[in-house]
Design a protein around this ligand. Sequence first.
Ligand code: ZN
Length: 70
Amino acid sequence: MATLCPECDNPLDIDQDEVEEGETVTCDECGAELEIVSTEPLQLALIDADGYDDEDDDYPSRGSEEDDDE
Ligand SMILES: [Zn+2]
């Protein structure tokens, strides 16, 4: 059973015996980089150009705006 590229749904011919968790593969069809997150069952996660798709907004903390009565 082929694993589909999460980006373009191209069937990827990955032998789960030949890959390890944490390895990256590249989709031939769209060039997406995919990380093997699990081998049983085989699961892939898309790796963005910017890295993982987590929220990493760097808002400065605004803790100094409280009223401080003295
Ligand atoms: Zn693809």
